[in-house]
Design a protein around this ligand. Structure first.
Ligand code: FJE
Ligand code: FE
Length: 302
């Protein structure tokens, strides 16, 4: 048995890369560009993950007024800033390195628009909620970049957005058990990161070139999504001469039926019909949408 601890981490069964996707740019929102990996046609759902978008928005483009129900959105800024504004008057700007973990629950209507000159870049992940949590009160968890837990060891830097790595824990509460780690590996670095056996997990490469799963596998570069197979953790190497940055995300699968209509994600068609009804009639959580418009005054079709 290998011992698992803060300073002695060993993997019994490293996960191999099961599938690889290149996320190509597509248009979303109003004039925005996203590289969608999870949520595209070939990969509708990777339980509990619904969407992974690497987005790029330049004013006046953006994501004006639109609803969500039944899941969480996690926005992680990589460059620039985005202002969000919701129908309850919750408003704020998230800048480079900041995270907004939004539990839409029974309903949020909001806008997400660029807040700075130039191009704003980031990642948005949609995490499904279990049937018992779909209709909970909406909740925000916001962490500014300076408060995100970081750890460094042996040429590895990690920003712990959710879960735990290198002995450092995130304060984020995940309704659907989730880990979200932002790794930077210096040239020559080798990572071994435990992942709970029963969880689904993926890597998305942001910068540089990495080797994942097996030390002899071919290098993978930016904008690629790697779905990991079964096992107890991830092994990764940076055998290049430049730094390597990627996110590792894992989550406990819900194993529940899924019916999605755009930004509404429920378990049955009846619940989706009810949701459309609630949205159109401003009921069951959408009451405040009746008289609300964001400053942009626009709304997003879905
Ligand atoms: C949405 C179309 C959309 N990816 N990445 C339809 F574009 C959106 C949406 C987003 C989004 C927002 C940000 Cl800030 C980043 C994104 C899709 O807002 F919700 C629906 N329904
Ligand atoms: Fe949104």
């Amino acid at each position: 048995m290998l011992e698992k601890g803060n300073s002695c981490v060993g993997l019994n069964e490293p996960r191999l890369v099961a599938r690889k996707f290149l996320a190509r740019p597509q248009h979303e929102g109003v004039g925005a560009v996203v590289r969608r990996s999870i949520g595209r046609f070939e990969l509708r759902y990777f339980d509990p993950f619904l969407v992974l978008d690497e987005f790029s928005v330049t004013a006046p483009a953006g994501f004006p007024d639109h609803p969500h129900r039944g899941f969480e959105t996690v926005t992680y800024m990589l460059q620039g800033a985005v202002t969000h504004e919701d129908f309850e008057g919750h408003k704020g700007t998230i800048g480079t390195g900041d995270i907004q973990w939004m539990t839409a629950g029974r309903g949020i209507v909001h806008s997400e628009m660029p807040a700075a000159q130039g191009t704003q870049k980031g990642l948005q992940l949609w995490i499904n909620l279990s049937s018992k949590n779909k209709m909970i009160e909406p909740r925000y968890q916001e962490i500014s970049s300076k408060d995100i837990a970081e750890a460094t060891r042996d040429g590895i830097k990690v920003r712990v957005i959710a879960g735990e790595a290198l002995g450092t824990k995130s304060p984020i509460y995940t309704r659907t058990p989730t880990m979200y780690l932002d790794f930077t590996l210096d040239p020559g670095a080798h990572l071994q990161q435990p992942i709970p056996d029963s969880w689904n997990a993926f890597v998305y490469v942001l910068e540089g070139e990495g080797i994942f799963g097996r030390s002899k596998s071919s290098p993978v570069n930016a904008h690629h999504l790697l779905l990991l197979g079964s096992g107890d953790g991830l092994e990764a190497w940076n055998k290049s001469s430049k730094s390597l940055r990627f996110i590792l995300v894992g989550g406990e699968p819900l194993c529940e039926p899924l019916v999605q209509f755009g930004p509404f994600v429920m378990n049955t068609q009846e619940e989706i019909d009810q949701t459309i009804d609630d949205f159109e009639n401003y009921t069951n959580g959408f009451e405040k949408a009746r008289h609300w418009r964001s400053e942009s005054g626009l709304s997003l079709d879905f």
